[in-house]
Ligand binder design. Sequence first.
Ligand code: UGA
Length: 437
Amino acid sequence: MRIAMIGTGYVGLVSGACFADFGHHVACVDKDSSKIDRLNAGVMPIWEPGLEGLVKSNAERGRLTFTTDLPGAVEGAEAVFIAVGTPARRGDGHADLTFVFEAVRELAKVIKPGTVVVTKSTVPVGTGDEIERILREEGVTDVSVASNPEFLREGAAIADFKHPDRIVVGAEDDRAQEVLREIYRPLFLNRAPILITGRRTAELTKYAANAFLAVKISFINEIADLCEAVDADVQDVARGIGLDNRIGPKFLHAGPGYGGSCFPKDTLALLQTADAAGVDQRIVRTTVEVNDDRKNDMVERVAGALGGDVAGKRVAVLGLAFKPNTDDMREAPSIPIVTALVERGAQVSAYDPVAREQAEKIFSGVEFSDDAYAAAEGADALVMVTEWDEFRALDLERVAGSLRGKVLVDLRNVYDPGEAEAAGLRYYGVGRGRPGS
Ligand code: UGA
């Protein structure tokens, strides 16, 4: 199958590389010529485990190409995927579809009858209808428009793409269904379930999935607060409820609130869709509020562990990316937390295994260290913000030796409180009994 992938962001690049790895011929298109030049030279625009090797091996086999030439890429393609960004529009949380519609208008000039246009970007309900309308307006006929939302996570993108829990296809005609079934055939062989549904349903399924996961996180974060008030342990509560198959163990890790390029944006966009439809979505609205407040609570937590005030204190921060295994800083909980600490007069030394370059563009007045121990040197408290694996095996006695104040604020519940105390640290986790008790 010949595929064109418009947009080489996270979803476009990973999907394009994986489709090529399935044996399809994929031309990835992007307007950013320097990005395309770098991709052609084997340089990845994002840090994602396994991606560079996958791109290289498929490019070498001639199945994966990168170009700025949209007409050339679309020529002969049976399916054209749109995987451009759909950021939140400034101010109101609406998904900004400018890039999607621009791509469709360009596509309209060159697309051949019989082609299937597929949205892979996360797009609000009704976007497929609008794409169809634009294509008609541009005089294009006999083209199918389908929705195929992507559920991969950053940091685990390739494994998620190749071993999905499910594939969702929203198609309004047989041709679109057949083409998408053919593209994903290697995954059916691995028994990945495919859900074929209406296009609007597929579009909404993506938002509903992300919103539900966000609800789970805000729920467990509130339960963590309750655990602190009543001296219970949220880790065990999460395990205790997660073993119930109806609830499931995943996405029940209490922490500093969710971040990233998806949950914050998609929950807001879902609320906008609901508003426009005149339907209140109280659970999602509250989830967003709980998550927004969470960052501030985390700053208070650090201040509390330092006796109520961070001014003049030195605070070491471990992990800046919104989650491990990525250099993505979008909506990272570290941003409001570190910013508030600096504003309140703390001196912050930070370390992240890969996000330093991105973080340097965001923070001012922060010292960046080369490793966790260097960050801890002379600090009054060590604050774990992002749970990179390399932090799990820290030598806590060495950390305690480096710190001036012996305070460990573990916002991801990575450490065993007993072990931390035994190493001479005052341990503050999230939802693990009364703080400091
Ligand atoms: C999320 C979804 O998990 C993917 O299925 C989806 O495809 C993607 O959004 C998207 O729409 O593109 P991602 O944003 O890469 O993926 O990252 P997650 O692993 O879901 O984490 C999101 C945030 O939730 C992170 O800040 C993470 O630290 C936080 N989180 C996650 C928790 O605080 N607790 C948990 O138990 C799980």
